[in-house]
Write a protein that binds this ligand. Sequence first.
Ligand code: PMP
Length: 292
Amino acid sequence: MDFPPLVGFLNGRFEPLADLQISVLDRGFLFGDGIYEAIPVYNRHPLRLTEHLRRLADSLAAINMPNPYGAEEWASLIQKLIAQQSFADQSVYVQITRGPAFPRNHAFPTVTEPTVFMFADELLPPCKEAVANGVAAVSAADIRWLQCNIKAISLLANVLLKQQAVDAGVAETILFRDGYLQEGASSNILIVKEGVLLAPPPSNLMLTGITYDLVIELAKQHNMPLEVRAILQQEVLGADEVWLTSSSKEVLAVVSLDGKPVANGLPGPLYPMMYDYFQVFKNEAMRLGKDK
Ligand code: PMP
């Protein structure tokens, strides 16, 4: 594999990504014992950094790991990373593992030296075609564990579920548990029914996306009828609109599910409105350097 010519960060040092190395005994490698964040950056301004850092802190607390940096230190390190890339729009990846330990043992090591890794890749907006015409998805039973609210690096179930989408030639796998909508393999899912935007309530069975929160905030700001409540699988199948949200995909309409059209198979009327609210927020707030 050829390494991309990017600058990364490992345990306090900025170096070319190709030069960064970790121990084969790292618990992230051996156990998937760690957490991560992915922060979208527009014009070198991280979007909702405070919220991303709060989720990072929550994920660390949930796996009993101290936070290696305070919020201000994180912000400064992330800005330094952003400054060293050649592109203005970026996706900053942050990963913290419980570090190297020997002998290999499931239990926490008595002394932990966390591994803190970051890199930033170019962030490309979803293609115009996907925005204009929507994307397809498949559905699957949610086979993940019961702490999906933790942004854990142990993503094997998500990987397998996402591959089902790729194998079917579609964009996402929408997950259902016990007859209820949870989220996508790497996104949140909202639906529209009779003019009302419906969002599943945050719980231990989904990761509350920063984009999901922003879309809900924008819906409230623009007086779009909104209800946050449990959504039945049947309601998704009969929805007027299905939306997918994530830091990399922003907001996309899902226009087909398991080969059947969602409503008439075109993005519904509320989608372009939310897409515009999102673009205005992104362009005005972010390009001007303020995020509220
Ligand atoms: N759910 C899952 C399982 C995810 O992996 C992601 C991130 N790709 C999201 C939801 C969306 O989160 P965010 O809006 O913060 O990117």
